[in-house]
Design a protein around this ligand. Structure first.
Ligand SMILES: [Fe+2]
Length: 577
């Protein structure tokens, strides 16, 4: 049975193919059309999914979309009636969504097929249920607490749920305009981070701030017995021209979210590229601090209703790895399974697996043990691309390749590491990565000046052999998808100085041999030379979506001051090119 999952006309449009309950392939459209956070119809992603399993669109049995514009309609109508000025806007939005719901026409056009040839049934699943499904049905658990939170989806910002057997039972929805994601985005915008997806950057800025505004920021989002409420006077009103907007070309734009009240209390907003002041850092600090307080409050309430140790989680806010790393100390939950594509691309997997398990009542067997669900390329294709790009290279067997690359990293060189299937989700986890020495004091500056050009305050991440985690970090719950930040042990901070953030933390990826044998063995080879079972890992790109094809990797190698490219079985050195 073939189920095609889709996230479409929403940021991070994507497709996933589930065959007899197994996720065989999944990819975000941005990796193929190279438009970051692309929010149109994921036609290339659908084609890639079908090619991966050797199927035609007419072979698909079910199409599942992680969006249901009929969900929570009563709440939407209620809000529109209470805010008459917004009614026209709501009607317009709804008409647009109706046009986009016509999955059959969209697929027929993309594949040049007569819709009468389709044999699939169509399913629409509410946004946050799809998020929770993307975590629960990939987890090893038969019973867990489910939590999804983001800016908004189908008029909801948060769902808390009981996940049991094949079912996800919604315990509670938090409706717009009350949204922890909106709170975070609004303050990010105020301090000059105005692009969709900038929130992760500001999370890195937060520890540079001090507790200047925590009390005041608590006013903006207040806790109560059921959940939280925003003080809406700090926000542009919902249904006005505020928040995330999808442009006709599929790009995502954020319009002003904060009201004049923010300016009244905190002064003029920072413009992008202006100098970052102490005020901006202190606001970032207060925002992250309050975010964590509200998050832990919501989880504690959830645990009262679902008193288990296992938590499954997704939604864009679940990428807040700082908060994730602290939840074990701040809540009764002891284990997490967080979807690596916690943002909206994950909806494609969630909708497909929910159709399989809940709608069709098929048994659970699948567990997502790694995130390498994207395309891979043969050595012959890679070699052809190297030749075409006029790059000098040599071919090496597995062990010599690992030795040479480990030697290069140990010597302080920066290596592009392109191997196997591309990662699913926003993190590079050792298949489309740039790797470097984690213990050289100038490595962060070297990477930024030569390749990444990132903001000075953003940390780089460590990949560590999973069994060595507790030697280096103060918490030993594994983080295979780089979704937890933990303190680095004091005695190891110098050894990891290039990945040790200003608050002595690291957003680690734990690597097991089972999940990624080649990457694991590369870290081992590096350890043999340096005594450090850790390498610095950052995504293989330069201000663009992460590279997907060999051609994109080779282009990035040539264009930047990367020293070495290890791509499939081939090694290219900048000094020889
Ligand atoms: Fe979402």
């Amino acid at each position: 049975m073939l189920i095609l999952g889709l996230n479409m006309f929403h940021a991070d449009a994507s497709a996933a193919i589930v065959q007899d309950g197994e996720v065989d392939f999944a990819i975000a459209e941005e990796r193929l059309n190279r438009v970051k956070h692309y929010a149109g119809f994921p036609a290339l992603a659908v084609k890639a999914c079908l090619d991966a399993v050797g199927a035609r669109i007419t072979d698909v049995d079910h199409v599942a979309v992680g969006q249901d514009s009929d969900a929570n309609l009563a709440k939407k109508v209620q809000y529109a009636l209470a805010n008459p000025a917004k009614i026209l806007n709501f009607i317009r939005l709804r008409q647009r969504k109706e046009a986009m719901r016509d999955v059959r026409s969209l697929l027929a056009k993309a594949f040049d097929v007569d819709p009468t040839e389709f044999g699939f049934r169509e399913h629409h699943l509410e946004h946050h249920i799809a998020h929770i499904a993307s975590a629960y049905y990939c987890s090893p658990w038969e019973r867990a607490a489910g939590f999804s939170y983001d800016g908004s989806g189908d008029f909801v910002s948060t769902i808390r749920a009981l996940c049991e057997g094949n079912e996800i039972k919604v315990l509670e929805r938090i409706f717009l305009p009350h949204s922890l994601g909106s709170f975070y985005t609004m303050i990010c915008e105020f301090i000059g981070y105005k692009k969709y997806g900038d929130e992760g950057k500001v999370m890195g800025l937060a520890p540079y701030g001090k507790d200047t505004y925590c009390e005041q920021v608590r006013e903006i989002i207040q806790l109560n017995d059921s959940a939280f409420r925003l003080d809406l006077s700090y926000f542009m009103s919902l249904g006005s021209n505020q928040g995330m907007q999808i442009q006709a070309d599929g790009t995502v734009r954020l319009a002003r979210h904060f009201s004049d009240r923010m300016v009244h209390f905190f002064g003029e907003p920072r413009e992008p590229h202006a100098e970052i002041t102490q005020r901006d850092m202190d606001l970032a600090y207060a925002m992250q601090h309050r975010f964590e307080e509200v998050f832990f409050h919501l989880l504690q309430q959830l645990h009262q209703r679902v008193p288990v140790e296992d938590l499954v989680m997704a939604g864009g806010c679940a990428l807040n790895s700082v908060a994730n790393g602290k939840l074990f100390h701040q809540t009764p939950f002891r284990r997490t399974w967080i979807q690596p594509a916690a943002g909206d691309e994950g909806l494609a997997i969630g909708a497909a697996l929910h159709t399989y398990h809940s709608t069709l009542q098929q048994p659970r067997r699948y567990q997502m043990k790694h995130s390498y669900l994207g395309p891979e390329f043969s050595d012959s294709r890679i070699e052809a691309e190297l030749k075409q790009a006029n790059v000098s290279y040599r071919k090496l067997d597995r062990e010599p390749l690992l030795d040479v690359v480990a030697e290069q990293i140990a010597g302080g060189n920066v290596v592009g590491w392109f191997q196997g299937r591309m990662e699913w989700g926003p993190r590079a986890l050792g298949n489309r990565s740039i790797v470097a020495h984690p213990g050289l004091p100038d490595m962060k500056d070297v990477l930024n000046s030569r390749i990444k050009h990132r903001e000075w305050f953003r940390p780089f991440a460590p990949s560590i052999l999973v069994e060595r985690q507790s030697e280096y970090f103060e918490y030993d719950y594994p983080s295979p998808f780089m979704l937890h930040v933990y303190k680095i042990r004091p005695e190891k901070r110098a050894q990891l100085c290039a990945v040790n953030h200003v608050d002595d933390t690291g957003r680690l990826q734990t690597v097991s041999r089972e999940e990624n044998p080649l990457y694991y063995d590369l870290i081992r080879a590096f350890e043999r030379r340096t005594g450090i079972p850790v390498i610095l890992n950052t995504s293989f790109n330069e201000n663009e979506p992460i590279v997907c094809t060999p051609g994109e990797a080779i282009d990035c190698f040539k264009r930047t001051r990367m020293d070495v490219l290890a791509i499939g079985s081939y090694l290219a050195l900048k000094t020889e090119n």
